[in-house]
Write a protein that binds this ligand. Sequence first.
Ligand code: ADP
Ligand code: MG
Length: 300
Amino acid sequence: ATMPPLLSTIANAGRHGVLVKSAVALEKFGVVDVVAFDKTGTLTEGTPRVAEIEPVRSAGMSTERLLALAAAAERPSEHPLARAVVAAAHEHDVPVPHTEDFSSTPGRGVTALVDGVRVRVGSPALLADLPGASADQLAEARLSVTLLEEAGRTAVVVVADGAPVGVLALADRVRPGAREAVARLAAMTGRSPLLLTGDNERAARRLAEEVGIVDVRAGLLPDEKVAEVRALQEQGHRVLLVGDGVNDAPAMAAAELGVAMGRHGSDLALETADAVIVRDDLSTLPKVVGLSRRAHRVVK
Ligand code: ADP
Ligand code: MG
């Protein structure tokens, strides 16, 4: 006996490395007309590395101490940048002190008490919120951030007791199939895909250029990613959002179709997504859109 067309199409998508969770989800693949990608962990591999460590000289903290404090504060976080910072401490044989009183703000960063020091690690936006810091230290930290971002890095700042003490530069690689997926999805939907990211504008534009995306919305907090999706929907679009579930699970839920990256995706994302890409290759995505469209022509 032959399988009903929708079921056989779901099985076929599975062979391409995309787990589609329901017939309804499969149908949505065929009708979306805008595709939006998250950056870190989605268009990139999501295993960034700390490429440079720049202490703020006038703060007088050693590179080792800077890395130790940052790694301790990041240890409880599941963010890909946090894992990279902890890995860097291990690579440099820097012992990581005990972490107390940890908390994280999605799209911003983390804070914790380390050896009695209040440590904050996160986006350069942190620098705008340090009223007690010296002007010299702030200027130095800002200059490091600008230079690193111009080089296409993601800059993360480290703050100790309200003073900027260093900047870490993180580098990530483009995921296989990203460029091909962007081009094919643009041709299929008639609209070039978007990039929605919490990362800085400069790093976002660099990456976008590499994969062929023109429409870049950077510096977005998780709620602002949701607002971008809703704005597109209000214009009558049906949005497919691809994310890794770290800081983008709410946007994934708001989209018609939420697709999660399976390898590095958070558990929450894997549960709430309509489909999961289980291979590290994004070129599977347009294939499933094509399968869905053909299945519907068969059924109708
Ligand atoms: P993306 O949209 O590219 O996946 P996120 O929304 O996850 O990025 O994060 C946005 C920005 O917030 C990061 O580029 C970084 O500056 C900052 N950030 C978030 N979480 C952390 C963390 N645990 N450690 C350091 N920086 C963080
Ligand atoms: Mg992400």
